[in-house]
Design a protein around this ligand. Structure first.
Ligand SMILES: [Zn+2]
Length: 155
């Protein structure tokens, strides 16, 4: 395992897509590239079936949490909006299992790192001109990641 960055934070996101639609890793990658990123802004992406997709090398700084990208890793799950398009914890059981496995793995690699949800980072409003994928939804990741995974950090 290569660890060239000093990682102190793992940020959980949702894609703000409806649980009734599908967003493939390829589509997510294209979406972010259209927004001007060189590659997908997240490092890992967990689709509804629970598959963990490696999107951006973890040795590269991500583009997922303005002001917090340098010391962090970005993990996103597919969904976050219910069928009606409202913010909701739409994680499937498979996604919950995979997210926990991935977070455990990352904490082993980067001991001492904290886990939080994107919304916990109070997006800075300095209007620096960068449009980030997750700013579309302030509730991201639509559940309380810091509280739910506190036991992983403390164990
Ligand atoms: Zn986000």
């Amino acid at each position: 395992m290569i660890k060239q960055r000093n990682i102190t934070l793992i940020v959980v996101h949702c894609t703000a897509s409806r649980c009734t639609s599908n967003l493939t890793p390829e589509a997510l990658d294209s979406m972010h590239k259209r927004q001007g990123f060189v590659e997908c802004g997240y490092h890992y992406y967990i689709t509804k079936d629970g598959t963990i997709h490696h999107m951006r090398d973890i040795t590269h700084i991500g583009a997922h949490a303005k002001g917090f990208n340098t010391p962090s890793i970005g993990v996103a799950y597919e969904g976050g909006l219910n069928a009606a398009g409202r913010a909701d914890d739409t994680r499937t059981d498979a996604q919950k299992q995979s997210l926990e496995i991935l977070l455990r793995f990352l904490l082993l690699t980067y001991p001492g790192a904290k886990i939080c949800g994107h919304r916990d980072l109070s997006p800075d409003l300095n209007h620096n001109g960068t449009i980030e994928p997750c700013e579309y939804i302030k509730q991201c990741p639509c559940f309380d990641a810091a509280t739910e995974y506190l036991y992983l950090v403390e164990s």
